[in-house]
Design a protein around this ligand. Structure first.
Ligand code: GLN
Length: 191
């Protein structure tokens, strides 16, 4: 399995390492031609404004949209989730618009802008998942095509799936628990 990790900015190395630990071939992606021959793509956390601008500059937006429309699996984490959303409040830059979700950036405010908590995520099994939130977004709205995979105890949706596109508000690549990446690789291999 060959999985690309968008490497323009942000926490891409940690995703590459998680994929390698799961014996997948992980390839950094900077240019549209590097999307060729991939079975899936991860868009990492980082700064969504920067990633959006760089994706436009590197002419990656439309090629990634075209792949997704043909059923190509994509995982977006944190800023990556923002890039996947169809709607983002107070965000004037381009997104891929591949998930029918409305996302709020920096949803936890300054006081608690980063925290870690155990979340229930039945798709990963019974054991709670240790989720790391760093200036994280939340999913404010999702339509019926979207399956919410995890919520915080206050009800905020923080992980979701639509077709073969998966998103999390937290950073699964920053823990040793590989279940989230394995879940995405299962989506990839079911292609
Ligand atoms: N707050 C960042 C943004 O809006 C996302 C933070 C992250 O990816 N850890 O892009």
């Amino acid at each position: 399995m060959r999985v690309g990790v968008l490497a323009l900015q942000g926490a891409f190395m940690e995703h590459i390492e998680a994929l390698q630990r799961l014996k997948a071939k992980a390839l950094p992606v900077y240019l549209p031609k590097e999307l060729e021959g991939l079975d899936g793509l991860i868009i990492p956390g980082g700064e969504s404004t920067t990633i959006s601008r760089l994706m436009v500059d590197f002419q990656l937006m439309q090629p990634v949209r075209d792949l997704a429309q043909a059923g190509f699996p994509i995982l977006g984490t944190c800023a990556g989730m923002i890039l996947l959303a169809r709607e983002v409040s107070d965000f004037r830059l381009e997104t891929l618009g591949l998930m029918n979700i409305k996302v709020k950036r920096n949803a936890f405010g300054r006081q608690v802008d980063s925290f870690e908590t155990e979340i229930e995520m039945p798709a990963l099994g019974e054991q709670p998942f240790h989720a790391v939130f760093i200036r994280a977004p939340i999913i404010e709205k999702a339509d019926s095509k979207v399956e919410v995979l995890a919520k915080l105890s206050n009800g905020a949706a923080v992980a979701a799936k639509q077709g073969k596109v998966v998103a999390s508000a937290f950073h699964p690549e920053l823990t040793d628990d590989l279940r989230f990446h394995r879940y995405f690789l299962d989506v990839v291999s079911s292609n």
